[in-house]
Design a protein around this ligand. Structure first.
Ligand code: G
Ligand code: G
Ligand code: MN
Ligand code: NA
Length: 250
């Protein structure tokens, strides 16, 4: 079992690393962004996935330090990529409660020289659920800097539609549970169709997550979904593999 003590020591010892998963434009096939996904290189247990330590990091508040680390290192990595390739970083609701969030985004951009317009921050509905006045102010401040805001895991929480009205999101990321059942369940197909159409009407980019095969990609193309991400293109890989992922035809 992982303990707060282990996590705290790991932060001190620098055992964390950002991995990257490509996001492709569906129409052109071009890689338009990478999503940074945190990994823990544990000296005994090997690579640990976020699901096994993010909840503890959130409970203990260590997610603030981890989040700053991801932002800082991912911006430094992204500054070396071609100018037309963006960076997406996940933000925990706990980071939103921290008054230093804006300052840490500014610091990460300044230290890396990354243009704010190349940074997308992914938040889930739970961010909007809590402390909404202060949260909206923060989101608008980030937007004013040029940073884009994505609504992650769309469709899995509640009252998603009211959140779309509370803040003008730049992107909706359709949860992979809808994509995985695309070919086998008509209701999933209908939901994807509705969300991509909603995105078009509102001028919001739609990204389908968890795309694993050509049949799914073809259906997404037919529905006019803007972007796709998933194992079909690549699993998340270390920064040193970004060039390879960029040069693959798909
Ligand atoms: O590959 P995957 O197992 O990498 O990621 C699982 C989940 O963990 C993602 O859906 C994402 O929400 C979360 N996650 C991954 N990296 C980060 C991160 O840097 N910060 C936060 N807050 N969550 C992350
Ligand atoms: O931020 P978010 O919750 O969306 O993180 C994406 C998660 O989804 C990561 O854990 C990542 O490893 C995982 N993932 C990415 N692509 C695929 C895929 O094609 N299939 C499945 N099952 N999981 C994926
Ligand atoms: Mn995400
Ligand atoms: Na997601």
């Amino acid at each position: 079992r992982l303990l707060e003590m282990d996590l705290r020591a790991a932060v001190q010892r620098d055992e964390f690393e950002a991995y990257y998963q490509p996001i492709r434009d569906v129409a052109s096939g071009r890689v338009v962004a990478f999503e940074a996904l945190l990994r823990w290189n544990h000296p005994q247990r090997g690579l640990i996935a976020p699901i096994d330590f993010i909840p503890l990091a959130e409970e203990t508040g260590l997610i603030v330090q981890l989040g700053e680390f991801v932002l800082r290192s991912a911006c430094i990595d992204a500054a070396t990529w071609p100018d037309d390739v963006d960076l997406a970083v996940n933000l925990s609701p706990v980071q939103f409660k921290n008054p230093n969030l804006i300052a840490s985004v500014i610091a990460a951009l300044a230290a890396s020289g990354l243009d704010a317009r190349r940074l997308e921050l992914e938040i889930t509905e739970s961010v909007l659920l809590q402390n909404s006045e202060a949260t909206l102010t923060t989101l608008h401040e980030l937007r004013a800097m040029g940073v884009r805001i994505s609504l992650d895991d769309f469709g899995t929480g509640y009252s998603s539609l009211s959140y779309l009205r509370s803040f003008p999101f730049d992107k909706i990321k359709i949860d992979r549970s809808f994509v995985s059942e695309l070919a086998t369940r008509e209701d999933s197909m209908a939901i994807i169709r509705a969300v991509t159409s909603l995105g078009r009407s509102l001028g919001i980019v739609t990204t389908a997550e968890g795309v694993e095969n050509d049949a799914q990609l073809e259906l997404l193309r037919r529905e006019g979904c803007t972007q796709a991400q998933g194992y079909l293109f690549s699993k998340p890989r270390p920064a040193s593999d970004v060039a390879v992922m960029l040069n693959r035809p798909r």
